[in-house]
Design a binder for this molecule. Structure first.
Ligand SMILES: NC(=O)c1ccc[n+]([C@@H]2O[C@H](COP(=O)([O-])OP(=O)(O)OC[C@H]3O[C@@H](n4cnc5c(N)ncnc54)[C@H](O)[C@@H]3O)[C@@H](O)[C@H]2O)c1
Length: 335
């Protein structure tokens, strides 16, 4: 069986997902593409032997679309995910589920009312070999239980224009999710500490930002977000455990020493760093759609928790106060 996928949004990541689904993932094909920019949809559709749609509603309803990838800008994810749920189509929804908590909640409620899990969230770091290796170091034979998780997330320049709230709801949400997954715990509070601005931070924006969080069992988590760092795309995660430390520098395992310098190249964008994670996530999703079994990636619940924590962090950024995080009871659908 071939899963025929409709892709909504043919920008940076939608194009990458569509090419992976067409060429590098076993068991899938791309049948329909929609983008607000119709010329862009037509061009990608032609490249992949798919056809363009004139609206996302047309794409979702198409009989030759078995499953949908949502890769439009953040603010459209919730309404498009609701339409996929209404049509009963399995969906891989790019992060975030929604920038606004109430929109994320509406999607969660709709899926719970449906009683079936149709949405997998594109928190692809859960499929990244680097983070998986890091998680494998936890436990009595490795570094023990995690006590402190220190993340950094740096972009060369802000990908969607710098807006400090966006650097939390769009970017830090990756660390918010992956750390929950790593330590298997929920957050209790978050505090955002804006500091001195970097040299190219626009007036009125705060960058870098430092997020401090603590989980219910007391794991201390920090996230350095620096979206105008001018360094390149660099993601690191260091874990202090009860018996040792583990460090995922930036997922590149070869360090070169030459001409009195030591280091490695950094990619310009996330597509360079997380290429394998995107492909492995799509392969995991397609295999699950064909063979069944437990959903291999993040759920709508995970997307909703991400929205709650990110919104609390944005509140903290505004008020410069620690913000408690309270979650509603997890619906049985996501047990
Ligand atoms: N998981 C990841 O690591 C990762 C990486 C990059 C982007 N993303 C997410 O993917 C989404 C897209 O990001 P991008 O970098 O590809 O952005 P982009 O700006 O490159 O592409 C967005 C595309 O969506 C189109 N579009 C605009 N409004 C639309 C609508 N209402 N319906 C359909 N298409 C519409 C635009 O014309 C554009 O082609 C964002 O939500 C972003 O958070 C996730």
């Amino acid at each position: 069986m071939t899963v025929r996928v409709g892709v909504i949004g043919a920008g940076n990541i939608g194009t990458s997902h569509a090419r992976d689904l067409a060429h590098r993932v076993a068991g899938s094909a791309v049948s329909v593409i929609y983008d607000f920019d119709q010329a862009r949809a037509a061009e990608l559709a032609e490249e992949l032997g798919a056809r363009p749609a004139v609206s996302y509603e047309e794409l979702i309803a198409a009989v030759d679309v078995d499953a949908v990838v949502i890769a439009s800008p953040d603010q459209f994810h919730a309404e498009q995910a609701l339409a996929c749920l209404a049509a009963g189509k399995p969906t891989l929804c790019e992060k975030p589920l929604a920038p606004v908590e109430s929109d994320a909640r509406a999607v969660l409620d709709a899926e719970v009312a449906l009683g079936r899990r149709l949405i997998m969230m594109g928190f692809m770091r859960r499929f990244d070999p680097g983070y998986r290796e890091l998680k494998d170091t936890f436990g009595p034979d490795g570094i023990g239980d995690p006590l402190i998780v220190r993340n950094s997330h740096r972009n060369e320049v802000a990908p969607y224009g710098l807006d400090s709230a966006l650097s939390i709801t769009n970017a830090a949400i990756h660390e918010i999710d992956i750390t929950r997954w790593l330590v298997d715990d929920e957050y209790e509070w978050v505090e955002v500490v804006p500091g001195r601005s970097g040299p190219i931070t626009p007036e009125g924006q705060r960058d870098p930002l430092f997020l401090l969080l603590r989980t219910r069992t007391g794991v201390i988590v920090d996230i350095e977000m620096f979206v105008q760092s001018q360094i390149g795309y660099e993601v690191t995660c260091h874990v202090t455990g009860g018996l040792g430390n583990a460090s995922m520098a930036d997922g590149r395992y070869v360090t070169i020493a030459k001409a009195r310098q030591q280091g490695h190249d950094l990619p310009e964008l996330w597509l360079g760093r997380f290429q394998d994670a995107y492909r492995l996530q799509l392969q995991g999703w397609v295999t699950y759609l064909v063979a069944g079994g437990p959903m291999p990636g993040a759920s709508t619940w995970d997307g909703y928790v991400g929205a709650i924590v990110a919104n609390a962090a944005v509140d903290s950024l505004r008020t410069e106060a620690r913000v408690p995080i309270t979650l509603p009871e997890r619906p049985a659908l996501y047990a």
